[in-house]
Write a protein that binds this ligand. Structure first.
Ligand code: NDP
Length: 236
């Protein structure tokens, strides 16, 4: 139990990668604050955490809405009056050629993938700076470094997220706060239903692989920061 006594806030925790990260952090002893829009999914994750004798706080919010984000943040930090880990994981992807990508989908991706991270981060940083400890993990993507067809809108948000994360790291490191970028390739979730072939699905990354990388980075001694993780399937 490497995270006993820690409080963690995970966005997009209702399914996929966020769910896996929440379950792993809870298994390591952290109290996990769970945020997403679908409260029913968050409740299912909280039940799984409770079954494993962990502690979860259900804190539904749309990460693009400042008042909802603030309410969720308060619910998570209320008990312990601390926040040790923020995982900015909520994200969406719409993949289409530039001429076919709607303005609405383009804006929605920016709202969740960039504005949402900004809104959660600006609440987490002051409390972490005051504690003089904390770790912020931003779930980016290999699409934030590599070009691919139909990815222009999504990739732009993840390149932007990487820029945001790199600047934030410089801002807060003197307060002993670590900022980590995790950039996975394709992960087998509802998000990337790129293949239905079971053999291929078994070879690509699983949500728990991303969770393992997050736990490994967080578990380093507080003076050591694994600032950037590129996570690929070994044999795609
Ligand atoms: P899923 O679609 O499986 O899960 C996304 C989660 O984010 C859900 O819990 C969803 O809940 C939540 N979410 C979406 N929009 C909002 C919002 N406006 N406010 C709050 N929560 C929201 O996606 P993945 O688990 O696959 O993806 C998680 C992250 O990993 C994303 O940032 C994605 O870009 C990144 N990623 C994914 C890869 C993949 O191949 N799957 C590869 C590389 C990176 P709800 O809809 O109820 O709000």
């Amino acid at each position: 139990m490497r995270l006993n006594g820690a409080t963690a806030w995970i966005t997009g925790a209702g399914r996929g990668i966020g769910r896996a990260i929440a379950l792993r952090l809870a298994a390591e002893g952290a109290t996990v604050g769970l945020t997403a829009r679908s409260e029913s999914e968050l409740r299912e994750v909280a039940e799984e955490v409770a079954k494993a004798r962990g502690r979860a706080i259900v804190a539904p919010a749309d990460v693009t809405m400042p008042e909802e984000v603030e309410r969720a943040f308060r619910a998570v930090v209320d008990d312990a009056q601390r926040l040790d880990i923020l995982v900015n994981n909520a994200g969406i992807g719409v993949f289409a050629p530039v001429t076919k990508l709607s303005l609405e989908d383009f804006d929605r991706m920016w709202s969740v993938n960039v504005r949402g991270v900004f809104l959660c981060t600006r609440l987490a940083v002051p409390i972490m700076e005051q504690q003089r400890s904390g770790t912020i993990v931003n779930i980016s993507s290999l699409a934030g470094k590599n070009a691919f067809i139909n990815g222009s809108g999504y990739a732009a948000t993840k390149w932007a997220l990487n820029g945001f994360t790199n600047c934030l790291r410089l801002e807060v490191r003197s307060s002993e706060v670590r900022v980590i970028t995790v950039g996975p390739g394709s992960v087998a979730t509802e998000f990337s239903s790129t293949t239905k072939d079971p053999a291929k699905l078994a070879r690509i990354l699983q949500p728990d692989d991303v969770a393992s990388a997050v736990v490994a980075a967080i578990s380093l001694p507080a003076n050591a920061m694994m600032s950037e993780i590129d996570l690929r399937p070994t044999n795609p």
